[in-house]
Design a protein around this ligand. Structure first.
Ligand SMILES: Cc1cc2nc3c(=O)[nH]c(=O)nc-3n(C[C@H](O)[C@H](O)[C@H](O)COP(=O)(O)OP(=O)(O)OC[C@H]3O[C@@H](n4cnc5c(N)ncnc54)[C@H](O)[C@@H]3O)c2cc1C
Length: 290
């Protein structure tokens, strides 16, 4: 494994200083949060590693708040905190469920939500939940803050709407309504500490027994996380039944374009996607129709 002893690490005392440093060294610094993705990538890369801006000590980016119906999470908040947060459990249980699956105890305690978002793996487990929650990202630079909807942030495989000099500081989304239910699913090759072969999140809004709104996001089956729009259309306006959920699960095939890789073939991923959507919608139907 490659030594990284030659790189310089800048450790700002506060956010202002971090933004100053990012501005001064535009394009030359990689942001280091928990380092659970970045350090592994730097050690594997054939390129000379960049110098680092270590933001891990910036506690001002660690929080979970509820503000007028909006849930706000600081970019450095780790997944153990998100999983255990009463605010997230109550107002975004689909995110608590996704966060709980992220790595082992060590990773849960170290990995940040900001790192998961900016690392931009199509298999990242927080992303489907953040998609169905309609999350917004706050990107700060020395000159101000820009807000970007999470779906607009990803322009292609690991291509982001993030400019040099910008830091992701917060992710926010509306608290789930009383008549919304959400669920997350993840298929890995083993029980713990596994990268998703397929993952996804479903959020349904149900009024008088009928699906008023449906949001479905799927991961690890395309260059970025995708919305299963045909599945959503199949559900909206319907009462959940075995026939409806079967059609909705099968309709996901129009939204995905999986690849073959070491974790599974494209056809295996397609099958898993349909099966997991069917099983998850089945569970949701039981919850709605009781
Ligand atoms: C053993 C192991 C198991 C894992 N299991 C899972 C899993 O089950 N599910 C899953 O989704 N992931 C998993 N991961 C991946 C990883 O832990 C997560 O993606 C994690 O959330 C990354 O966060 P971090 O704080 O460590 O980011 P870092 O590694 O520090 O950074 C990741 C990337 O984001 C950038 N970045 C970080 N924070 C910011 C910011 N605030 N603003 C701008 N750029 C930023 C960095 O420059 C870098 O490019 C696993 C990793 C390991 C090593």
């Amino acid at each position: 494994m490659k030594s990284l002893s030659y790189i310089d690490v800048f450790t700002p005392k506060n956010l202002e200083e971090a933004l100053e440093l990012l501005d001064k060294h535009r394009g030359e610094l990689a942001v280091l949060a928990g380092g659970t993705d970045l350090i592994i990538q730097l050690r594997k890369s054939q390129q000379k590693a960049p110098n680092l801006l270590n933001i891990y000590m910036l506690d001002e980016l660690r929080y979970i708040k509820q503000d007028n119906g909006t849930i706000k999470i600081g970019a450095l908040t780790d997944f153990a905190t998100i999983t255990e947060s009463p605010i997230i459990q109550r107002h975004a249980p689909v995110l608590a469920e996704a966060a709980a699956t992220i790595g082992s105890v060590q990773i849960l305690n170290k990995a940040s939500i900001g790192g998961n978002i900016v690392n931009a793996s199509p298999a990242a487990d927080s992303l489907p939940a953040l998609y169905v929650l309609n999350a917004t990202l706050s990107l700060r630079s020395k000159t101000g803050t820009r807000k970007v909807a999470i779906e607009q942030f990803y322009k292609g495989y690991k291509k982001l709407d993030l400019q040099s000099g910008e830091l992701l500081t917060e992710v926010s989304f509306p608290a789930m309504k009383q008549n919304q239910i959400g669920m997350f699913f993840k298929h890995g090759l083993r029980q713990g500490d596994a990268i998703s072969v397929v993952n996804g999140a479903i959020l349904l809004e149900v009024l008088n027994g009928y699906v008023k709104d449906a949001r479905i996001a799927l991961g690890a089956v395309a260059p970025t996380v995708v919305r299963a729009t045909e599945s959503e259309k199949t559900l909206i306006g319907q009462r959940l039944s075995e026939d409806v959920i079967l059609k909705a699960a099968q309709a996901c095939l129009t939204s995905i374009s999986p690849i073959d890789d070491v974790r599974g073939s494209a056809s295996y991923r397609k099958e898993m996607c349909v099966n997991y959507l069917y099983m998850t919608l089945w569970q949701m139907m039981r919850m709605v129709n009781v």
